[in-house]
Design a protein around this ligand. Structure first.
Ligand code: ATP
Ligand code: MG
Length: 421
């Protein structure tokens, strides 16, 4: 026997149960996004590597060590997108959707990062990204947060997630803070962990985010970002908090939230849960007012977030099955009955919208009845020799009282509607 081929490390297969959870989340998200007037767009999974290199000054973890980049047959460097915002901004610039107009857009699909695989962290994972173009906020910042909260409620997980909010000010305030932070940490270099040392050069603010306890202890005496925020950003943040208070949306201001990508400014936020261990952030986002211009467009204020479907789906692992149910199981015995049942099942689907599973292939009546039972269907339709001879189909209720009646095929839709209504 030849050796079996396995999936690539970190690339998940989604078995039906898991895929059904993804779908449920996506369906709810689509409904909520419709309610707020957001439009879905489709973006390619592959972009030019330049896009990401330009995006972040190349010092963030994603660009430094997590990208899947490769040369195509034309020797062009391409990258499997590690996140969606850069591609979306490229998209709005390319189609002239950013300048002098506003957009509320969203997309979904896989992202790729070369990370160490573990629970809630994969090398291919799915996100829903939501981005608002051309609006300064803070009302639109608040809208996005209210939209998230509505989604959590619709999924029944609002008690398990909380909102953490921060403002990181404008570019100048961040630069001033970064300089002060570097100065503070320079003298304590030997106490820093390896990752933080590397960040000290390129992306010092990210050190605040470090999960290493000794680094966190070191930071307790460090300069604080809030003391460096410019007045306008402070006002923006105050106004945002006032809107959230009025809408009774709870949040915690967490000065440690800086986000992994350095295109953010002003508002940044994360939705976190305690139920997933270390991978507790299910959704993150913020303002990125400079990015459209950085990628070649006119200055345009923007805000957005991305939520991780894989982590959200993990939160439903303990909850009951969400797979689509078979409602009607169609049984037939003999070649002629098999042909006719195929057509009858089509007519039932057409007229009732019920989920009908047809027994494929041959089999004894008794064996097929067993399959009908394990399929979870409420009703079996049976077409065997007796029914064929009488020109009817038998309709058998599989749960509770096992009633069986017969009727011409044309009467099935109505009889089924009565049972399932
Ligand atoms: P983390 O700090 O956990 O690495 P991040 O800041 O890199 O997260 P973002 O780039 O903000 O994450 O992506 C938004 C969301 O996408 C995250 O909150 C998370 O739910 C999900 N996500 C990010 N990376 C992964 C991954 N490797 N596997 C599964 N989900 C992920
Ligand atoms: Mg990450």
């Amino acid at each position: 026997m030849s050796q079996t081929i396995k999936a690539v490390r970190g690339m998940q297969d989604l078995l039906p149960e898991k895929k059904a959870r993804f779908r449920r989340i996506e369906d709810q998200a689509r409904r909520v996004l419709d309610q707020y007037g957001y439009q879905e767009v489709g973006l390619p999974v592959i972009e030019n590597t330049h896009l990401f290199n330009r995006l972040v000054g190349s010092t963030t973890d994603i660009v430094e060590k997590e990208m899947y980049s490769f040369k195509d047959r034309n020797d062009e460097s391409l990258t499997l997108r590690p996140e969606g915002t850069a591609g979306l901004v490229r998209f709005v610039n390319e189609h002239g959707l950013a300048f002098n107009q506003t957009q509320r857009l969203w997309y979904t699909g896989p992202m790729f990062r070369y990370e160490r695989p573990q629970k809630g962290r994969y090398r291919q994972f799915d996100q829903i990204g939501v981005e608002c173009i051309g609006m300064e906020g803070p009302d639109i910042d608040a809208e996005l947060l209210l939209l998230c909260a509505r989604l959590w409620r619709s999924l029944g997980i609002d008690q398990q997630v909380r909102l953490e909010l921060n403002s990181i000010g404008d570019t100048a305030s961040r630069q001033a803070f970064s300089a002060a932070l570097v100065e503070f940490l320079q003298d304590r270099r030997e106490e820093l962990d390896e990752d933080s040392l590397r960040r000290l050069e390129g992306n010092p603010m990210r050190i605040l985010d470090s999960k290493v306890p000794t680094t966190q202890a070191l930071l307790s005496g460090a300069p604080e970002l809030k003391d460096y925020i410019d007045a306008e950003s402070q006002q923006h943040f105050k106004d945002l908090c006032a809107i959230l208070d009025a809408a009774k949306l709870e949040y915690r201001i967490n000065p440690k939230i800086v986000r992994g990508l350095d295109y953010y400014n002003r508002t940044v936020f994360e939705w976190v849960t305690d139920s997933l261990g270390a991978q507790g952030t299910i959704c993150g986002g913020g303002r990125y007012d400079g990015l459209v211009e950085q990628l070649g467009g006119k200055p345009t204020p923007c805000v957005g977030f991305a939520l991780g479907l894989d982590r959200l789906a993990l939160m439903f692992e303990a909850s009951p099955e969400v797979r689509a149910k078979v409602q009607v199981y169609a049984i037939s015995v003999g070649d002629r009955a098999r042909r006719e049942m195929m057509a009858i099942a089509e007519a039932v689907r057409e007229e009732t919208g019920l989920n009908v599973q047809v027994h494929a292939g041959t089999g004894k009546l008794k064996a097929q009845m067993k399959k009908a039972d394990t399929s979870g269907a409420e009703v079996a339709l049976i077409l065997a020799e007796d029914e064929l001879a009488a020109g009817v189909v038998a309709l058998r209720q599989l749960r509770g009282t096992a009633q069986q009646t017969t009727m011409p095929a044309g009467d099935l839709p109505e009889a089924l509607r009565n049972i399932f209504e």
